[in-house]
Design a protein around this ligand. Structure first.
Ligand SMILES: [Zn+2]
Ligand SMILES: [Zn+2]
Length: 274
Protein backbone atom coordinates (compact mmCIF):
# COMPACT_ATOMS: atom_id res chain seq x y z
CA UNK A 1 0.00 0.00 0.00
CA UNK A 2 1.03 3.58 -0.62
CA UNK A 3 1.31 6.73 1.48
CA UNK A 4 -1.30 9.35 0.55
CA UNK A 5 -0.43 13.03 0.22
CA UNK A 6 -3.38 15.42 0.12
CA UNK A 7 -2.53 18.76 -1.42
CA UNK A 8 -4.33 21.30 -3.62
CA UNK A 9 -2.59 23.94 -5.78
CA UNK A 10 -5.18 26.42 -4.45
CA UNK A 11 -3.16 26.35 -1.21
CA UNK A 12 -0.21 28.12 -2.90
CA UNK A 13 0.12 31.87 -3.41
CA UNK A 14 -2.37 33.20 -0.83
CA UNK A 15 -1.84 34.91 2.47
CA UNK A 16 -3.76 32.40 4.61
CA UNK A 17 -4.81 33.50 8.11
CA UNK A 18 -1.96 33.05 10.63
CA UNK A 19 0.23 30.78 8.46
CA UNK A 20 0.52 33.06 5.40
CA UNK A 21 1.78 31.62 2.11
CA UNK A 22 3.56 28.74 3.83
CA UNK A 23 3.28 26.45 0.81
CA UNK A 24 5.15 28.75 -1.57
CA UNK A 25 7.49 26.50 -3.54
CA UNK A 26 5.60 23.33 -2.60
CA UNK A 27 4.54 22.72 -6.22
CA UNK A 28 8.06 21.43 -6.90
CA UNK A 29 8.03 19.28 -3.78
CA UNK A 30 4.64 17.79 -4.63
CA UNK A 31 5.73 17.14 -8.22
CA UNK A 32 8.80 15.26 -6.99
CA UNK A 33 6.69 13.21 -4.58
CA UNK A 34 4.21 12.30 -7.31
CA UNK A 35 7.01 10.51 -9.24
CA UNK A 36 7.50 8.08 -6.35
CA UNK A 37 5.62 4.80 -6.86
CA UNK A 38 5.19 4.37 -3.10
CA UNK A 39 3.32 7.67 -2.87
CA UNK A 40 -0.09 8.71 -4.13
CA UNK A 41 -0.66 12.45 -4.44
CA UNK A 42 -4.37 13.20 -4.21
CA UNK A 43 -6.03 16.54 -4.98
CA UNK A 44 -8.84 17.01 -2.46
CA UNK A 45 -12.41 17.99 -3.27
CA UNK A 46 -14.32 20.37 -1.02
CA UNK A 47 -16.23 18.81 1.87
CA UNK A 48 -20.00 18.86 1.40
CA UNK A 49 -22.12 21.50 3.13
CA UNK A 50 -24.38 18.71 4.45
CA UNK A 51 -21.53 17.10 6.32
CA UNK A 52 -20.39 20.46 7.72
CA UNK A 53 -23.92 21.18 8.92
CA UNK A 54 -23.88 18.02 11.01
CA UNK A 55 -21.06 19.57 13.08
CA UNK A 56 -21.29 23.34 12.82
CA UNK A 57 -24.27 25.56 13.56
CA UNK A 58 -26.14 27.11 10.65
CA UNK A 59 -25.38 30.69 11.72
CA UNK A 60 -21.70 29.94 12.12
CA UNK A 61 -21.44 28.41 8.65
CA UNK A 62 -23.35 31.33 7.17
CA UNK A 63 -20.72 33.65 8.61
CA UNK A 64 -17.81 31.55 7.28
CA UNK A 65 -19.29 31.33 3.80
CA UNK A 66 -18.63 35.02 3.17
CA UNK A 67 -14.90 34.77 3.95
CA UNK A 68 -12.33 34.58 1.13
CA UNK A 69 -10.65 31.56 2.71
CA UNK A 70 -13.82 29.45 2.92
CA UNK A 71 -13.08 27.46 -0.24
CA UNK A 72 -9.55 26.65 0.97
CA UNK A 73 -10.97 25.55 4.32
CA UNK A 74 -13.50 23.28 2.58
CA UNK A 75 -10.76 21.71 0.44
CA UNK A 76 -8.75 21.09 3.59
CA UNK A 77 -11.61 19.37 5.39
CA UNK A 78 -12.51 17.42 2.23
CA UNK A 79 -8.93 16.18 1.98
CA UNK A 80 -8.77 15.16 5.60
CA UNK A 81 -12.07 13.25 5.52
CA UNK A 82 -10.95 11.44 2.37
CA UNK A 83 -7.51 10.63 3.81
CA UNK A 84 -9.00 9.02 6.92
CA UNK A 85 -11.61 7.11 4.89
CA UNK A 86 -8.95 5.72 2.57
CA UNK A 87 -6.64 4.71 5.40
CA UNK A 88 -9.54 3.05 7.21
CA UNK A 89 -10.60 1.16 4.08
CA UNK A 90 -6.96 0.12 3.53
CA UNK A 91 -6.70 1.95 0.23
CA UNK A 92 -3.75 3.84 1.68
CA UNK A 93 -1.22 2.72 4.27
CA UNK A 94 -1.07 6.12 5.98
CA UNK A 95 -1.35 9.77 4.91
CA UNK A 96 -0.23 13.39 5.25
CA UNK A 97 -2.84 16.11 4.80
CA UNK A 98 -1.78 19.69 4.06
CA UNK A 99 -3.99 22.29 5.55
CA UNK A 100 -5.18 25.88 5.26
CA UNK A 101 -7.89 27.78 7.19
CA UNK A 102 -9.27 24.68 8.96
CA UNK A 103 -8.16 22.76 12.01
CA UNK A 104 -7.99 22.53 15.77
CA UNK A 105 -9.33 25.94 16.86
CA UNK A 106 -12.72 25.46 15.14
CA UNK A 107 -15.52 24.66 17.61
CA UNK A 108 -19.12 23.89 16.65
CA UNK A 109 -20.21 27.51 16.60
CA UNK A 110 -17.06 29.60 16.90
CA UNK A 111 -13.51 29.59 15.57
CA UNK A 112 -10.25 31.52 15.75
CA UNK A 113 -6.51 31.24 15.26
CA UNK A 114 -6.45 30.68 11.51
CA UNK A 115 -8.70 27.60 11.53
CA UNK A 116 -12.35 28.20 10.64
CA UNK A 117 -13.78 24.75 9.98
CA UNK A 118 -13.43 21.58 12.02
CA UNK A 119 -11.48 18.77 10.40
CA UNK A 120 -12.00 16.19 13.12
CA UNK A 121 -15.79 16.64 13.48
CA UNK A 122 -16.86 15.68 9.94
CA UNK A 123 -14.15 13.00 9.83
CA UNK A 124 -15.23 11.29 13.04
CA UNK A 125 -18.82 11.16 11.74
CA UNK A 126 -17.75 9.59 8.46
CA UNK A 127 -15.40 7.08 10.10
CA UNK A 128 -18.16 5.88 12.43
CA UNK A 129 -20.47 5.42 9.45
CA UNK A 130 -17.76 3.21 7.97
CA UNK A 131 -17.51 1.12 11.13
CA UNK A 132 -14.54 2.62 12.98
CA UNK A 133 -15.25 3.18 16.66
CA UNK A 134 -12.16 4.25 18.55
CA UNK A 135 -9.45 6.68 17.54
CA UNK A 136 -6.74 8.77 19.16
CA UNK A 137 -6.15 12.38 18.17
CA UNK A 138 -2.67 13.53 19.19
CA UNK A 139 -2.12 17.27 19.09
CA UNK A 140 1.51 18.46 19.20
CA UNK A 141 0.83 21.96 17.89
CA UNK A 142 2.09 24.74 20.19
CA UNK A 143 -1.47 25.69 21.17
CA UNK A 144 -4.29 23.94 22.99
CA UNK A 145 -6.72 22.26 20.58
CA UNK A 146 -9.79 23.99 22.02
CA UNK A 147 -11.98 23.51 18.95
CA UNK A 148 -11.26 19.80 18.66
CA UNK A 149 -11.88 19.43 22.40
CA UNK A 150 -15.28 21.11 22.00
CA UNK A 151 -16.26 18.97 19.01
CA UNK A 152 -15.17 15.69 20.68
CA UNK A 153 -16.23 16.45 24.25
CA UNK A 154 -19.10 13.95 24.37
CA UNK A 155 -17.33 11.32 22.30
CA UNK A 156 -16.00 8.70 24.73
CA UNK A 157 -14.48 6.68 21.90
CA UNK A 158 -12.22 9.57 20.90
CA UNK A 159 -9.06 9.97 22.99
CA UNK A 160 -7.93 13.57 22.59
CA UNK A 161 -4.32 13.82 23.74
CA UNK A 162 -3.22 17.44 23.58
CA UNK A 163 0.25 18.72 24.43
CA UNK A 164 -0.14 22.34 25.48
CA UNK A 165 0.25 24.62 28.51
CA UNK A 166 -1.43 22.70 31.33
CA UNK A 167 -2.02 19.27 32.82
CA UNK A 168 -5.63 18.21 32.71
CA UNK A 169 -7.56 14.95 32.59
CA UNK A 170 -11.27 14.36 32.00
CA UNK A 171 -12.16 10.83 30.90
CA UNK A 172 -10.79 10.36 27.40
CA UNK A 173 -9.63 13.98 27.14
CA UNK A 174 -6.11 14.75 28.27
CA UNK A 175 -3.76 17.72 28.19
CA UNK A 176 -0.05 17.43 28.96
CA UNK A 177 1.93 20.48 29.97
CA UNK A 178 4.91 21.10 27.68
CA UNK A 179 5.57 24.73 28.56
CA UNK A 180 9.15 25.46 29.69
CA UNK A 181 10.52 22.73 27.46
CA UNK A 182 14.11 21.57 27.70
CA UNK A 183 14.78 20.52 24.12
CA UNK A 184 13.72 17.90 21.59
CA UNK A 185 14.44 14.88 23.74
CA UNK A 186 12.52 16.30 26.71
CA UNK A 187 9.41 16.83 24.57
CA UNK A 188 9.75 13.42 22.91
CA UNK A 189 9.91 11.83 26.33
CA UNK A 190 6.64 13.57 27.28
CA UNK A 191 5.02 12.06 24.19
CA UNK A 192 6.48 8.59 24.83
CA UNK A 193 5.24 8.68 28.41
CA UNK A 194 1.69 8.68 26.98
CA UNK A 195 2.20 5.64 24.75
CA UNK A 196 0.95 3.20 27.44
CA UNK A 197 -2.27 5.21 27.66
CA UNK A 198 -2.71 5.02 23.90
CA UNK A 199 -2.10 1.25 23.95
CA UNK A 200 -4.67 0.82 26.74
CA UNK A 201 -7.24 2.78 24.77
CA UNK A 202 -6.99 0.33 21.86
CA UNK A 203 -7.53 2.81 19.01
CA UNK A 204 -8.29 1.68 15.47
CA UNK A 205 -6.54 4.73 14.02
CA UNK A 206 -4.08 7.40 15.18
CA UNK A 207 -4.65 10.91 13.90
CA UNK A 208 -2.00 13.55 14.54
CA UNK A 209 -2.31 17.33 14.39
CA UNK A 210 1.38 18.02 13.93
CA UNK A 211 2.14 21.72 14.14
CA UNK A 212 5.62 23.03 13.51
CA UNK A 213 4.78 26.36 15.13
CA UNK A 214 6.74 24.87 18.08
CA UNK A 215 9.99 25.21 16.08
CA UNK A 216 12.54 27.60 17.62
CA UNK A 217 12.11 29.93 14.63
CA UNK A 218 8.30 29.86 14.33
CA UNK A 219 5.49 31.83 15.98
CA UNK A 220 4.72 29.41 18.84
CA UNK A 221 8.32 28.51 19.61
CA UNK A 222 9.01 25.84 22.19
CA UNK A 223 12.65 25.83 21.10
CA UNK A 224 12.41 22.61 19.05
CA UNK A 225 14.66 21.75 16.10
CA UNK A 226 13.50 20.59 12.66
CA UNK A 227 14.69 17.04 13.32
CA UNK A 228 12.31 16.76 16.28
CA UNK A 229 9.29 16.44 13.94
CA UNK A 230 10.81 13.62 11.95
CA UNK A 231 11.67 11.62 15.05
CA UNK A 232 8.21 12.33 16.48
CA UNK A 233 6.50 11.02 13.33
CA UNK A 234 8.80 7.98 13.29
CA UNK A 235 7.93 7.01 16.85
CA UNK A 236 4.19 7.57 16.49
CA UNK A 237 4.24 5.59 13.25
CA UNK A 238 5.88 2.65 15.05
CA UNK A 239 3.23 2.88 17.75
CA UNK A 240 0.48 2.90 15.11
CA UNK A 241 2.00 -0.23 13.57
CA UNK A 242 1.87 -1.86 16.97
CA UNK A 243 -1.66 -0.86 18.00
CA UNK A 244 -3.73 -0.27 14.86
CA UNK A 245 -2.10 -1.95 11.85
CA UNK A 246 -0.20 1.24 11.00
CA UNK A 247 -3.29 3.37 10.40
CA UNK A 248 -1.81 6.85 10.91
CA UNK A 249 -2.93 10.17 9.42
CA UNK A 250 -0.92 13.36 9.98
CA UNK A 251 -2.28 16.87 9.48
CA UNK A 252 0.04 19.82 8.94
CA UNK A 253 -0.97 21.88 11.98
CA UNK A 254 0.22 25.39 12.83
CA UNK A 255 3.48 26.88 11.62
CA UNK A 256 4.31 29.64 9.16
CA UNK A 257 8.04 29.08 8.59
CA UNK A 258 8.13 27.60 5.11
CA UNK A 259 11.80 26.64 5.34
CA UNK A 260 10.90 24.40 8.26
CA UNK A 261 7.96 22.98 6.27
CA UNK A 262 10.14 22.30 3.23
CA UNK A 263 12.66 20.51 5.42
CA UNK A 264 10.35 18.36 7.52
CA UNK A 265 7.59 17.21 5.15
CA UNK A 266 9.64 15.27 2.57
CA UNK A 267 11.47 13.60 5.46
CA UNK A 268 8.30 12.77 7.39
CA UNK A 269 6.77 11.34 4.21
CA UNK A 270 9.89 9.23 3.69
CA UNK A 271 9.46 7.86 7.22
CA UNK A 272 5.79 7.05 6.55
CA UNK A 273 6.31 5.19 3.29
CA UNK A 274 9.01 2.86 4.73
ZN1 LIG B 1 -0.63 26.49 16.97
ZN1 LIG C 1 -4.56 21.05 25.55
Amino acid sequence: MTTGIFFHKEFIGKNWPVVGDRYEGFDKLIEDLSKDSEIEVIEPEPVSEELLLRIHSKDFLEEQRSSWYYYGAKLTVGGFVKACEMVWKEKLKNAVVFLVAAGHHASKSSAWGGTYLSCIGPTSLRLRELGLRRFVLIDTDAHHGDGDRDVLKEDEDAFHLCFCWRDLEEDSKLCVNVRSPEGDEWYLEKVRSMFPRIRDFKPEMIIHFLGHDTHWNDYGSLGLSENFYIELAREVKLLAEEVCDGRYVIMDGGGANREVGKYIWPRIIKVLKK
